[in-house]
Design a protein around this ligand. Structure first.
Ligand SMILES: [Zn+2]
Length: 218
């Protein structure tokens, strides 16, 4: 006899914490911060996301920042985007107030590093960041925050104060069972090299950023 339930969806592991280690950090202003870094078992996208915990996070609704990996911005300080300063701001804030940084391995809005560099080439030919992704056959933003919700649940955190200017993160987390009780904005880090990138973010993805008025230019 064949099994009566041939199409049973295999049970996924409930995501859980895999490793906990101490990670002292040198902040950009010269201070040293103590953090605890977590890796996870069973995340649904099987990527190596990590969470960093700072201080004693508020037990009711801790501060949480989701940062999507950007090697060029986070590591090399690229001026093409605002990721590096955004990450530094988050680290300073979490060091002072306590909370969690979820570092999501979603390079280039989910398209990967090499494809992001292909998109940079298209941007040099006049596309904005979103149009460049579309020209390469990708969605404007392929990030999915299911793994972020899984990490928070594995950490025992289901009510949060989210640091973001991006409504999409808030909406997705709510839909994934995380109660976002408050949203706090991040700073705006604009400069001559990233202004077009930031303007495209505002136009395309419901980011709320107060940018300098460039309507007299171009
Ligand atoms: Zn970036």
């Amino acid at each position: 006899m064949t099994a009566p339930c041939a199409h049973v969806i295999p049970l996924k592991d409930t995501p859980s914490v895999r490793t906990v280690a101490q990670l002292p950090i040198h902040l950009a202003d010269g201070r040293e911060a103590s953090s605890t870094i977590y890796s996870f078992h069973g995340l649904s996208d099987a990527k190596e996301h990590v969470a960093l915990r700072f201080g004693n996070p508020d037990s009711e609704a801790p501060l949480v920042r989701l940062h999507s990996e950007c090697m060029t911005g986070d590591v090399f300080g690229s001026a093409r985007c605002d990721c590096g300063p955004q990450l530094q701001e988050s680290l300073h804030r979490l060091h002072e107030d306590g909370g969690y940084l979820l570092y999501m391995r979603q390079e280039g809005r989910g398209i990967g590093l090499y494809r992001k560099l292909d998109a940079y080439r298209l941007q040099e030919q006049g596309h904005d960041t979103f149009a460049a992704n579309r020209a390469l056959g990708h969605g404007e933003d392929e990030r999915d925050y299911a793994a972020a919700a899984e990490m928070l649940k594995a950490l025992g955190v289901t009510r949060i104060t989210l640091i973001t200017n991006n409504h999409d993160k808030c909406t997705q987390l709510q839909a994934l069972g995380i109660d976002v009780v408050a949203v706090e904005p991040t700073g705006v880090f604009s400069g001559e090299h990233n202004l077009r990138y930031l303007e495209a973010k505002v136009r395309h993805s419901r980011h709320t950023l107060a940018l300098p008025d460039t309507s007299q230019e171009n």
